[in-house]
Ligand binder design. Structure first.
Ligand code: GLA
Length: 383
């Protein structure tokens, strides 16, 4: 009897084709993305899964089996999976729990077992499983259980990523389907409004449902899109992308890059490759962060999120969601569960700078839509 690896002990990291490429995908784009994972340092930073989203499929099944669009993938999906594996990365694909995918291609309803076996044979390591065209009389838990069971029976460890958009609280039942992550919201787009809504509003209250092997998924990253690509809606500033990435790290969210990694500018690389922010996301304790402070002041809301870490530190994000630059935002040790008198080392994870030892509280000036991301480490007696 072979033992299976335990998947997603820390939040999955990788890239997904949808945000930038939508239906404009092919094997060349995917291979070049894989190459960029290596050459741009994404692989070294921990990004691992390269996932093809919807529209890879041919219009019809062949002999009852899903197959790829032969023009987009002339060498076939198994050869592409081999290429991904040859670079030490993992390969992901997409299907849907209904009769058709959201973009109208054949999907897995009624074909769960054969599709799971097909994916296993192709060398798939990750399945994103959507929720369009679910037949009347079925429901999410039932359809996701079916595919979860089919994946187990197919005999290959395949990370199961539920994409039910949070409609029926998948955080309450996703783990019982065999899922390692589940979308908690509708689709993100490349705008500050979307980050505010999906991240800062809709993730409140979900922290108890995440942990090693099972994660809430507030959707893929839009960092570095700058208004270009399939889900572009005007784009964001670098400060907004930094806030977005910081929140996703504090949320222990999967970090699935959505921009074109072959064409990242320096600011995008500085964000996506910030090892200290990634270490917060990947911390082995596996706690999801939660909102510990919200100071509304007309439209100038400031929010504070905190994520306990394995070594006794607490990662903190001081976010200025308002319109005024230089807003002073404070965090009191008390809200972090640290005694007021405990001296703590404070490190700024974006400036990569130690800010000294403080007791009681710490405050920073934060520009509009930007963040101060801190690691606060209690100094032990005798240190
Ligand atoms: C849904 C999902 C998206 C994407 C598209 C593909 O909208 O939520 O993430 O997978 O389908 O059609």
């Amino acid at each position: 009897m072979t033992t299976r690896p335990i998947l997603a002990q820390t939040p999955p990291m990788g890239w997904n084709s949808w945000n930038t490429f939508g239906g404009d995908i092919n094997e060349v784009v995917i291979r070049e993305t894989v190459d960029a994972f290596v050459s741009e340092g994404l692989k070294d930073a921990g990004y691992e899964y390269v996932v093809i989203d919807d529209l890879w499929e041919a219009d019809e099944r062949i002999n009852g089996r899903l197959t790829w669009d032969p023009e987009m993938f002339p060498h076939g999906i198994p050869a592409l999976a081999d290429y991904v594996h040859s670079k030490g990365l993992k390969f992901g694909i997409y299907s849907c729990a209904g009769s058709h995918t959201c973009a109208g291609k054949p999907a897995s309803y009624g074909y769960e077992e054969v599709d799971a076996r097909t994916f296993a044979q192709w060398g798939v390591d990750f399945l994103k499983y959507d929720f369009c065209y679910a037949p009347a009389g079925t429901d999410g838990p039932m359809l996701y259980r079916r595919m979860g069971q089919a994946l187990r029976a197919a005999g290959r460890p395949i990370l199961f990523s539920l994409c039910e958009w949070g409609k029926h609280k998948p955080w309450e039942w996703g783990v019982r389907t065999g899922g390692q992550m589940w979308r908690t919201t509708g689709d993100i787009n490349d705008s500050w409004e979307s980050i505010l809504q999906i991240g800062f509003e809709q993730q409140v209250g979900l922290a108890a449902y995440a942990g090693p092997g099972h994660w809430n998924d507030p959707d893929m990253l839009v960092v570095g899109m700058y208004g270009k690509g399939n889900v572009a809606r005007g784009g964001c500033t670098d400060a907004e992308y930094r806030s977005h990435f910081s929140l996703w790290c504090l949320l222990a969210s999967p970090l699935m890059i959505g921009c074109d990694v072959q064409n990242m500018n320096q600011a995008t690389k500085d964000i996506l490759l910030n090892r200290e922010a990634i270490a917060v996301n990947q911390d082995p304790l596996g706690r999801q962060g939660y909102e510990v402070g919200r100071v509304p002041w007309a439209r100038d809301v400031a929010v504070t999120w905190a994520k306990p870490l394995q070594d006794g530190s607490v990662a903190v994000g001081l976010f200025n969601l308002g319109e005024r630059d230089g807003r002073r935002i404070a965090v009191a040790w008390e809200t972090l569960g640290i005694h007021d008198r405990r001296p703590c080392k404070v490190r700024d994870l974006w400036a990569r700078e130690d800010l000294g030892v403080h007791a009681g509280s710490f405050d920073a000036r934060v520009d509009r839509h930007d963040v101060a991301m801190l690691r606060i480490t209690p100094v032990r007696e005798g240190e």
